[in-house]
Write a protein that binds this ligand. Structure first.
Ligand code: GTP
Length: 386
């Protein structure tokens, strides 16, 4: 199971809690292995070391649990608890041989270490996800059971805790079964959580443009279908925008600067739209917006605002250069009109480019807006002025 969690961590490196859990399982398995294989007399000589390994495994389990939910394991308290537990184990083994005392102290120590992050987690718990909830409550149940195990065995075990060092004792069998079942349960839960996180990540990468993090063409069409099916969102408008002379920006100031411009444009788009609207990069310097509950004039006003904000930006290009963008807008009043509207907006965008750029074109009425003189230098030699 430690190996399975190790593989899960290898797949999802950013999920560091998997590495903590892998270490927890390894340490627990090693200490249980030593405990199973060492003869009774030898075990008594090494019981403090074996207990220390087991406590370290418990702390790794707590770390994994805490890390996943940004809680603290309170390391100083954990260390203090471990030291007190080890002193008690030593006392009940080497000074005053009393097995029940040793087992109670050990169970209590492990439970306290496991429960240290729980109050933090409960205070900040927001997730309603059933996998997360099962993980949380099975962890708490395991910690409580670890504390109560010696007591339960002393009450219900046929020989109480008297034969607890015997490999076939009720105490030892309960320990092995509970640890194995719990490890199995959290391995299955964590595998499910990791698989789901991987799928979410792949879906996110599939749907979003890597540079700007906005929707790509495929995801735009998928999301647009859902918007178009909702009658409450009409009328809609499609807005096709294309940065003017973008090639010159790349040529004059390099590809990185071009990338920054693309990021700036997409962030301005996202700032101006509403939650139901869609913003997508269709490729290169071409963007498409689906605006909901808006008529053509409203869409035009929005496009003009974006155009003016972009042209007044002085954070991305060197002083003296101005960023401009052209738009074509088309209306949508019924679900089947998307493809047609995209074509129309694209045609209007082309006309806007042809007639001088830095303007917004609508169907029927062409707006020869104030056409500012484009100040992006015409050739790469101009870059030396900046
Ligand atoms: N930096 C950067 N450049 C890109 C990216 N994708 C495409 N390009 C560049 O965008 C430029 C697009 O150039 P054109 O299609 O000629 O368009 P333009 O120069 O904006 O001219 P108009 O659209 O007519 O105003 C090309 O030089 C592409 O190499 C990208 O992700 N990052």
């Amino acid at each position: 199971m430690a190996a399975i969690l190790g593989v899960c961590w290898f797949v999802q490196r950013q999920q560091r809690f998997l590495l903590w859990l892998c270490s927890a399982f390894t340490l627990t398995a090693v200490s249980l292995g030593i405990r199973s294989l060492l003869p009774f007399e030898l075990l008594n000589h090494h019981v403090v070391a074996v207990s220390a390994l087991y406590l370290l495994g418990a702390w790794c389990l707590a770390m994994g649990f805490a890390e996943r939910r940004n809680a603290s394991t309170h390391p100083k308290l954990a260390l203090l608890t471990s030291l007190i537990t080890l002193v008690a184990v030593f006392y009940f083994t080497g000074i005053n041989l009393y097995l029940p005392g040793r087992l109670h102290a050990f169970g209590l120590g492990i439970a306290v270490i496991l429960l240290l992050p729980v109050s933090d987690v409960l205070r900040h718990e927001r997730s309603k996800d059933w996998l997360d909830q099962t993980l949380l409550w099975s962890y708490v149940a395991y910690a409580v059971f670890t504390m109560l195990r010696p007591l339960l065995v002393s009450i219900f075990g046929p020989a109480g805790l008297g034969d607890a060092m015997h490999p076939n004792s009720a105490y030892w069998e309960t320990t092995l079964i509970s640890v194995t079942l719990y490890a199995l349960l959290i391995t299955v839960l964590l595998c499910a959580i990791t698989i789901r996180a991987t799928i979410d990540q792949l879906r996110d990468e599939r749907d979003h443009d890597a540079l700007t993090q906005i929707l790509n063409r495929r995801a735009f069409h998928e999301a647009a279908k859902r918007r178009l099916a909702d009658q409450r969102l009409y009328p809609m408008a499609v807005l096709a925008g294309d940065i003017d002379h973008f090639k010159r920006i790349n040529d004059n100031w390099g590809h990185d600067r071009g990338d920054q411009v693309l990021q700036l444009v997409s962030s301005i788009f996202q700032r101006h739209v509403r939650s139901q609207d869609l913003v997508a990069r269709f490729g290169g310097e071409e963007f498409v917006l689906l605006l909901t509950r808006i008529d053509l004039l409203g869409a035009e006003r929005l496009a003009q605002r974006i155009r003016l904000e972009l042209s007044s930006d002085n954070t991305t290009l060197p002083p003296g250069a101005r960023l401009t963008i052209s738009f074509g807008i088309a209306a949508i009043t019924a679900p089947h009109q998307l493809a047609e509207a995209l074509k129309e907006a694209d045609g209007l965008l082309y006309s806007a480019k042809k007639s001088g750029r830095d303007r917004v074109y609508l169907p029927d009425r062409m707006y020869p807006d104030i056409c500012f003189q484009n100040t992006v230098p015409q050739d790469s030699s101009a870059a030396s002025h900046f």
